[in-house]
Design a protein around this ligand. Structure first.
Ligand code: SF4
Length: 436
């Protein structure tokens, strides 16, 4: 078997990059520190493999794996929970990558709430729910650890009501009913932090506010489980659960691979999942709404949740208008999809609830449609024959009630992924049993 090279990006978190502490030629073991937390906001980085360092650049460390025992790792040395959380290099695994030790230091009142985000908001992604079904007790143990570190008493788990098996596992594990399990609708973007605060604590925060303004902190489910691993098992953040989906050679179009070593190449993960189909549209890292196009040569990062091989693109060679959502694909990503479809972009509009904060867009009331007719009319005026949208479930519903009447075809940024896994496309929203 050929030796496999692993790539560890030095910038995987919000803040500054980690600083390499190894050099070419060094040998490292699985779990060993290879790049240290900077003085400013950041996180430690550990090797997920045993091997030899091939290269260290400003951006990455490349390690050639040599006979790793993936069932063990070099244990963390910290003595206290706080030392272990910092040493482990934990960051938010829901996609944002905010250093976990800083979040755990959020000051809440004694009536504050710690919320586990088990919403698994993006369609197709299923690794958080799969883990909860298997490890519900560990998730509750993680929540208790978080409550103690934050010095608060109220613990909540936000989860979509469709995940009946995971909810049952949590209720069985919570024999003393110490925690609140809040069941939410199966709509996008139910898992957005301010949407969770609105739907659990009934507070609609302004677009620039953090959950702490509602006396709460939110942790993604896998992040919570990795906090527990760091403190109880002294394990650094070196492995990541991933949903691998789409046009795979093997029959199953959605597969969960637990504990993929961070740094493994995308090509290696697909090999593990049985290989790619011969024909496909693109490879996406992340979910269908917010994921980014990637290549087989890129590597799994701490924040990687999905690796998806999409269906071939629809071919639509006319003028297309873009309608951008704050919580879905951004303008650049919609342009990328439009080019792949062979379309010419004739205009771009933003949902009127999308508010700019620097480069980022934030929704004033995530998932509650403010009306889209005016925006669709503007795109029609700009010459659009079709629209490509990234809107939430509720807003897509509104687009579907006006765009076809104006003779405009509607495409959604998630189409290629949902076709690849035979899911219903996001168009008209029906309150069926499946959605309740
Ligand atoms: S209301 Fe608009 S900005 Fe907000 S989630 Fe829906 S489409 Fe996106």
């Amino acid at each position: 078997m050929m030796a496999e090279d692993f790539i560890f990006y030095l910038k995987q978190n919000i803040g500054s990059p980690s600083q390499a502490v190894v050099k070419a030629g060094d040998t490292v073991e699985r779990g060993e520190l290879i790049a240290a937390k900077p003085k400013s906001l950041g996180a430690n980085l550990h090797s997920s493999v045993t091997g030899r360092v091939l290269q260290v650049t400003e951006k990455e460390i490349v390690i050639r794996e040599t006979g790793t025992d993936f069932s063990s790792y070099k244990k963390l040395e910290g003595k206290t929970p706080w030392e272990l959380v910092v040493e482990a290099g934990l960051i938010g695994l829901g996609g944002a990558g905010f250093p976990t030790d800083v979040k755990l230091r959020t000051r809440l009142s004694s009536k504050g709430t710690a919320i586990i985000n088990a919403v698994e908001c993006e369609p197709v992604l299923a690794h958080n729910i799969a883990r909860i079904e298997e490890d519900a007790e560990k998730l509750l143990e993680a929540l208790q650890i978080i409550l103690e570190l934050l010095q608060v008493k109220i613990g909540m788990i936000a989860i979509k009501k469709i995940h009946k098996k995971a909810i049952a596992a949590l209720k069985t594990a919570d024999k003393e009913k110490r925690y609140q399990i809040v069941e939410l609708e199966d709509m996008y973007p139910t898992g957005e932090e301010r949407a969770i605060i609105r739907d659990t604590l009934h507070i609609l925060l302004p677009t620039d506010a953090l959950p702490s303004q509602a006396d709460a902190v939110i942790f993604n489910a896998e992040t919570a489980l990795r906090i527990r691993e760091a403190i109880v098992e002294k394990k650094p953040l070196i492995d990541k659960d991933i949903t691998v989906a789409g046009k795979l050679k093997e029959n199953a179009s959605i597969r969960i691979i637990k504990n993929v070593p961070v740094g493994k190449k995308v090509s290696g993960v697909f090999e593990q999942a049985g290989g790619l189909n011969d024909e496909f549209g693109e490879i996406i890292m992340g979910g269908p709404f917010t994921g980014k196009r990637t290549t087989p040569e890129e590597a799994v990062q701490k924040t990687t949740g999905g690796l998806i091989v999409s269906e071939c693109f629809f071919h639509e060679t006319g003028s297309i208008g873009l309608l951008v959502c704050a919580c879905g694909a951004d303008e650049r990503r919609l342009e990328e999809i439009a080019v792949s479809m062979g379309s010419r972009v004739c205009g771009t509009e933003y949902c009127k609830q999308a508010v700019k904060h620097g480069e980022a867009l934030k929704c004033e009331n995530p998932g509650h449609c403010p009306g889209q007719v005016e925006k669709i009319m503007k795109l029609k005026k700009a010459g659009a024959e079709a629209v490509l949208i990234s809107n939430c479930t509720d807003c897509t519903n509104t687009v579907m009630s006006c765009a076809p009447k104006l003779g405009l075809k509607v495409f959604h940024c998630t189409d290629q992924v949902l076709r690849a896994v035979n899911h219903r496309l996001i168009r008209k929203y029906h309150k069926t049993e499946e959605n309740q």
